[in-house]
Design a protein around this ligand. Structure first.
Ligand SMILES: Cc1cc2nc3c(=O)[nH]c(=O)nc-3n(C[C@H](O)[C@H](O)[C@H](O)COP(=O)(O)OP(=O)(O)OC[C@H]3O[C@@H](n4cnc5c(N)ncnc54)[C@H](O)[C@@H]3O)c2cc1C
Length: 496
C-alpha cells in the first residue's frame, strides 16, 4: 500500500506532512487532492496513530480510539470524505454506549429515548441542564459545519465573522464558562459522576474544568450519531492513506522526521532519521505540540509558556482482550463506560471504557469471537516514577486486574475466557506513536484552552503549520480531521 520511502536529498515537495495519524492523513489528503506534490512521513509501519490497529492471533484490535463519530448529517468525516470521494460504509449504531454507574446503568440513546432515560436516571431537576446542553451543542455544530479555523489576522477574522449568523449569538455567552456553570448547584453524585466521566473521555477534564461550548458538544456525541466501520476505527485512516496515494502523492513509513529546518524565519527542509534532507517551503506538523517544539526550536517561545501553564497529564493504560466465540451475548451494545466508585477520582481504573467488535465481524475476530479494547486514563507521572523505581511490572499487573474486573462487570466471567490478553502503558504509546511521554488526548479543553483559546494552525515560522489533537478544535478523530483541514487550507492559500 505504501511507498517504502525512496526519498532522496534531491527530492523537493510542495508540502511535507509529518505524522500519519488522522490529522496528518487529512491534511495530506486535502493537499494531494489539490494536486500539490505532498510527502507524508510516518515513523510507524501503518497509518492511524492513536486511531490505528494491531493484529494478534486472528484478532484485530483498535489500539486507542474506538468510538466513531462524525458520520452524521453534520459530521466532519462524512463531509470531508464526500469531498475526496471516499466511502467507508458507516453504519449507525444505537445505543451509542451504556454508562455503568455504581448504582445504575444509563443507556446513551441518540434518539428520543434519551429523554426518558435521563429522566429515569437523573430526575426532573436535571432537565434544564440537559436542555441547555443540547441547545448549545446544536448551535456549535451548526457553526462548525463551515469548518471554521481560529482567526489569526484581520482577513481571517472577517472570514470567521461571515460564518457567524445571528442565530449563533448565544454561543458568545458561553465564552469563558464551564459545563458546571449550567449544572444544578448541588448535582447528585449520579449526575456529577456521569457528566465528569463522559467529559473525561471527550474533553480530558471534568465538568468544573470543561469549556461550556466544547463540553456541551462533547456531551452530545450520542445525538450526533455513533457509527460502525467495517474494520473498526482504523478504517478511516486506511481509506485516507489510499486516497492520498490515488491522488499521486506519497507516504513514507518507518521514517521519522528529526528536524524541521528553517532559513531566515522560513521553512526550507525537513531532515529524516536516516539523514535524508528533503527540501520544501511548506511543512504541516501533525504531531502533538510538544513534539513539534523538539523538531523546530524556533517555535519554542510561542508555545512553551502555554504548555507550562496548562500541563498535559493524561496517558492511557490499555487492555486488549481476544475472546472466543459465544463468550459475549450477541446483542451486547458495542461501547461501555464504567465508573467504579462515586467517591474515587476518575481514571486509574476507577473509570474505564470498553469496546467490543461485533459477533459477525470475522475480519476483526476469527470464528466470531470478540476483539475487545479497554482503556483507562492514567497520570503519566505515575508510570515515569514506576520506571525509575523498577516497579512497572507490578503496576502493569495491578492495572490489568482492574481492567479485567471492568470487563467482568460488563460480561461476567469474560476475563477468564480470554485467549489473547495484552496490556499497553503510556510507555507503549510513546514507543508506537512517538508522542512525548506517551501523553494522549491533547490538552484539557478548559476555557483557556478550547475554542478561541486553543492553539491554532499558525506558527511564527513562515510555512510551518500545525494540526493534530493538541491544536484547535482538540481531540478525537473528528477534531483531528477539522484541524487537518484548517492546516491544509492555510498551506494551500500560500500557493494560490
Ligand atoms: C486510549 C484512547 C482512546 C481514545 N478514544 C477515542 C474515541 O473513542 N474516539 C475518538 O474519536 N477519539 C478517541 N481518542 C482520541 C483520538 O484517537 C486522537 O485524538 C486522534 O486519533 C489524534 O490524531 P492525531 O493525528 O492528532 O495524532 P496521532 O494519532 O498521535 O498521530 C500522530 C502520528 O505521528 C507519527 N509520528 C510521531 N512522531 C513522528 C515523527 N517524528 N516523524 C514522523 N511521524 C511521527 C505517529 O507515529 C502517529 O502516527 C482516543 C485516544 C486514546 C489514546
Amino acid at each position: 500500500m505504501a511507498s517504502k520511502g525512496f526519498v532522496s536529498t534531491l527530492d523537493r515537495y510542495d508540502a511535507i506532512v509529518i505524522g500519519a495519524g488522522v490529522a496528518g492523513l487529512t491534511a495530506a489528503a486535502a493537499l494531494a487532492h489539490r494536486s500539490l506534490s505532498t510527502l507524508l512521513v510516518e515513523r510507524h509501519n501503518v497509518p492511524g496513530g492513536c486511531a490505528s490497529f494491531y493484529q494478534r492471533d486472528g484478532y484485530r484490535f483498535d489500539v486507542g480510539a474506538t468510538l466513531v463519530g462524525g458520520f452524521g448529517p453534520r459530521g466532519v468525516h462524512r463531509l470531508f470524505n464526500a469531498e475526496l470521494g471516499i466511502d467507508v460504509s458507516p453504519e449507525p449504531i444505537e445505543p451509542s454506549m451504556v454508562v455503568h454507574l455504581p448504582d445504575v446503568s444509563v443507556t446513551r440513546y441518540g434518539d428520543e429515548r434519551w429523554r426518558g432515560e435521563r429522566l429515569r436516571a437523573f430526575g426532573p431537576a436535571a432537565e434544564p441542564f440537559w436542555e441547555r446542553q443540547e441547545r448549545i451543542a446544536d448551535l456549535a455544530y451548526d457553526f462548525s459545519m463551515g469548518f471554521p479555523a481560529l482567526p489569526y489576522d484581520v482577513a481571517s477574522i472577517a472570514t470567521l465573522a461571515r460564518a457567524f449568523r445571528p442565530r449563533h449569538l448565544p454561543l458568545l455567552a458561553t465564552l469563558g464558562r464551564t459545563v458546571a456553570s449550567i449544572m444544578p448547584a448541588a448535582p447528585s453524585a449520579r449526575l456529577r459522576s456521569f457528566v465528569d466521566a463522559q467529559l473525561l473521555i471527550t474533553a480530558q477534564t471534568n465538568a468544573a474544568g470543561a469549556d461550556l461550548a466544547y463540553g456541551a458538544t462533547a456531551l452530545d456525541l450520542a445525538r450526533e450519531g455513533t457509527f460502525h466501520l467495517p474494520d473498526g476505527i482504523s478504517t478511516i485512516s486506511v481509506a485516507l492513506a489510499r486516497s492520498i496515494q490515488r491522488a499521486g502523492s506519497s507516504i513514507v513509513y518507518n521514517q521519522s522526521v528529526v528536524a524541521i529546518e528553517t532559513r531566515r524565519g522560513r521553512v526550507c527542509a525537513v531532515r529524516l532519521g536516516d539523514g535524508t534532507r528533503i527540501r520544501t517551503s511548506r511543512v504541516i506538523s501533525a504531531l502533538p505540540i510538544s513534539n513539534t517544539i523538539e523538531l523546530c526550536p524556533e517555535i519554542d517561545h510561542a508555545f512553551r509558556p502555554r504548555l507550562a501553564a496548562l500541563p498535559e497529564r493524561w496517558g492511557a493504560f490499555m487492555l486488549y482482550v481476544g475472546l472466543p466465540p459465544a463468550s459475549v451475548p450477541a446483542d451486547l451494545p458495542t461501547h461501555h463506560q464504567l465508573v467504579g466508585a462515586y467517591d474515587e477520582p476518575p481514571g486509574e481504573g476507577n473509570t474505564a471504557f470498553l469496546s467490543f467488535s461485533g459477533s459477525t465481524e470475522l475480519r476483526r475476530a476469527r470464528n466470531g469471537g470478540r476483539a475487545v479494547t479497554i482503556s483507562t486514563h492514567t497520570d503519566v507521572a505515575r508510570w515515569e516514577r514506576a520506571e525509575r523505581d523498577g516497579t512497572v511490572d507490578a503496576l502493569r499487573t495491578r492495572y490489568t486486574r482492574r481492567l479485567e474486573a471492568a470487563l467482568d462487570r460488563v460480561v461476567p466471567g469474560a476475563s477468564r475466557r480470554a485467549v489473547v490478553l495484552e496490556a499497553a502503558t503510556p510507555m507503549t504509546f510513546a514507543r508506537y506513536t512517538g508522542r512525548a511521554r506517551g501523553l494522549v488526548g491533547g490538552l484539557p479543553q478548559t476555557p483557556r484552552n478550547a475554542t478561541l483559546g486553543a492553539i491554532g494552525h499558525r506558527t511564527p515560522v513562515t510555512g510551518l503549520y500545525l494540526c493534530g489533537d493538541s491544536t484547535f478544535p482538540g481531540q478525537s478523530t473528528v477534531g483531528a480531521t477539522l484541524s487537518g483541514v484548517n492546516a491544509a487550507r492555510a498551506a494551500i492559500d500560500r500557493f494560490s
